[in-house]
Design a binder for this molecule. Sequence first.
Ligand code: UDP
Ligand code: MG
Length: 318
Amino acid sequence: MTTAALSVVIPMYNEQEVLPLLIARLRPLLDGAGLDYEVVAVDDGSSDATAPMLLLACREWPRLRVVRLRRNSGHQAALTAGLHRARGEYVASIDADLQDPPEKILEMLALARAESLDIVYGVRDDRTTDTFFKRQTAQAYYRVMRRLVGKKVPHNAGDFRLLSRAAVEALRAMPERQPVYRLLVPWLGFPSGEVAYRRDVRAAGSTKYPLSRMVALAFDSVTNFSAAPLRLATWSGLVSFFVCFVLGCYSVVRFVMHETVSGWTSLFTVVLFLGGVQLLCLGLLGEYMGRLYAEVKGRPTYIVGYDSAEAAELAQAR
Ligand code: UDP
Ligand code: MG
């Protein structure tokens, strides 16, 4: 059931510094657009003043809705909570830190309506505000993912996008516990368009995506869409077997010719190398098994503490 034309989902984790700036920029923009909208702020278990600040803000901005998660569940889980609860005909998702310009949401909406698109990606047309390291790793990430998922994955499109109700429902129907939306959304195959934008630097506060989370996202992305690494394990096994076989034959021939191969070094190298390959393959298996385990346990991705919209409904019913 849709009750608004547009929902804007904003995951937030410890964003007290940026919150006032965000509201000051978003509210006049959306109010001025003459739209029936709701803003769904998903507080991802923040431990700073984000939660009380949001509750205060929604008293004077009735279109702001606060969904508080009980524990910090991660950006993608917070997005999931937002997508599950958004009631708009179109649902935009945007970061809280004003790196993505909120003005572009209206452009996305106009494009989606004009061309009957279900998905509009915000695509970064230049990454000069990112560090050299982030630029390089991002480029490698998108190149690999386009190979694994398909050419539909746009380059440099993060989690700033607009979805139609049909696309949101398709996502909601998926029971995945570790979704990576920037890949799952293109995978859906709905008609899509792009809006280019320049990514600003974070308006205030500090990044909530340290390197460890970036690596985790990369692992999730690959294992979510492909078993290719497992096949790689098989191939590395085959190649090692072949090399070992040839080396073995060579040693036997030398032995028969009474020229025993000397070499502690070569032996040690081979043992270490094979040990390394075996551990790597075991680790790969473990990555997939861990994810299987999480899916099988079936624990929810997030647990909602409160939803201000439901609280309002409750208060009305009383
Ligand atoms: N975020 C979240 N939960 C987390 C980490 C991040 O909801 O556990 C939110 C964060 O508040 C922000 C968005 O995800 O709105 C993107 O995070 P951030 O801007 O820190 O990432 P970066 O832009 O540095 O990659
Ligand atoms: Mg950011």
